[in-house]
Design a protein around this ligand. Structure first.
Ligand SMILES: Cc1cc2nc3c(=O)[nH]c(=O)nc-3n(C[C@H](O)[C@H](O)[C@H](O)COP(=O)(O)OP(=O)(O)OC[C@H]3O[C@@H](n4cnc5c(N)ncnc54)[C@H](O)[C@@H]3O)c2cc1C
Length: 302
């Protein structure tokens, strides 16, 4: 099958692009293996009209809307290979089948990598999160911990102070806070602990204690932890697009990559902040850019 555009990834970025392209009467296929980044959470926040829905419900509504447009197709499948084939792209899926498309939108999101701390996965998405704007409200005024050995830890603690004044910062002993930053945190009674966290202890996803390498346990009912982020799918070797310092696909404001015909949107282009509404907006912008490029080519007789 041949399409105007193949969209790899059906999160908010890919699906909003499909919506715009479907409404523009473009023949589009969304290839998605349904492993969105926020699947571990019980609720998505901060997207107007959808505040508090489960990630699964968000997707259900999105697919329902997108698939109303007859030129949009969807396959629940993993893309395993993408190549340029003349003026088009050839996209191969895990079942060995392939489709071709004139344009390609990569909206495959990010993978999170965490240190191997017992109890982390049981609490992540329930009482441990990564983004205060997404889940800070639910943890407001509770005793919280920020676990991060990354330079952004000071920023995270400062921001989180809006939601709770009872904060502990655990750096794992990494040298990520300046003397001035330590003093500023101390001036707000925010304790800094250098001893590494060794366990998150709680029940049914609700954090109760954090344990440290020296055996100490502190009562905390929630927290924020900074993951390492990595592209979920990497087609750079085959397609040769430029990536940014952080590993995302480098794009213009309208989602164009450095390779003609290839676009990226959402977490795949690693534009922060990583939020559903930003990803959807980037998908929309990329879709308009793709439609414009297709239109220009058609008017030029190519
Ligand atoms: C715990 C947690 C809570 C969050 N809470 C919120 C919140 O409350 N509000 C908010 O705005 N944001 C929240 N986020 C951030 C939000 O999840 C992301 O910003 C958003 O999902 C990015 O959308 P995306 O479309 O770029 O990527 P994703 O939603 O990750 O979608 C990418 C899709 O591409 C698919 N894919 C990847 N590789 C392939 C491949 N090779 N073949 C086929 N398909 C592929 C994936 O399976 C996935 O379905 C949260 C994130 C986490 C981790």
């Amino acid at each position: 099958m041949s399409y105007d555009c193949a969209i790899i990834g059906g999160g908010p970025a890919g699906l909003n692009a499909a919506l715009v392209l479907g409404r523009a009467r473009r023949k589009v296929i969304v290839l998605d293996n349904s492993q969105s980044r926020n699947a571990v959470t019980h609720a998505s926040h901060g997207f107007i009209t959808r505040d508090g829905v489960t990630p699964a419900e968000f997707r259900r509504i999105a697919y329902e809307e997108v698939l109303r447009y007859p030129s949009v197709a969807h396959q629940s499948i993993q893309v395993t290979d993408v190549r340029r084939a003349g003026n088009e792209f050839s996209i191969t899926t895990e079942d060995g089948a392939s489709v071709t498309a004139r344009k390609l939108l990569i909206a495959t999101g990010l993978r999170e990598i965490f240190p191997d701390i017992p109890g982390l996965s049981e609490h992540y998405g329930r009482s441990l999160f990564n983004c205060p704007y997404c889940d800070g409200w639910e943890l407001r005024d509770q005793p919280l911990i920020v676990v991060s050995g990354q330079p952004g830890v000071f920023h995270m603690a400062k921001i989180l102070y809006n939601w709770s004044k009872d904060l502990i910062v655990a750096t794992g002993g990494e040298d990520v806070l300046t003397i001035e930053q330590r003093e500023l945190l101390a001036s707000r009674n925010i304790r800094i602990i250098e001893t590494p966290v060794t366990a998150f202890i709680g029940s049914a996803g609700k954090l109760q204690h954090v344990e440290f390498a020296d055996g100490t346990q502190l009562k905390r009912s929630g927290g924020f932890i900074a993951p390492q982020l990595q592209p979920k799918a990497d087609f750079q070797a085959q397609l040769g697009y430029e990536v940014t310092e952080t590993g995302g696909i480098a794009t213009s404001e309208m989602g164009k990559s450095s390779v003609p015909g290839i676009y990226a949107a959402g977490d795949a282009s690693y534009v922060m902040p990583s939020q559903l509404i930003y990803a959807a907006a980037q998908g929309s912008k990329a879709a308009m850019s793709i439609n414009m490029e297709l239109t220009e080519e058609e008017f030029a007789g190519r």
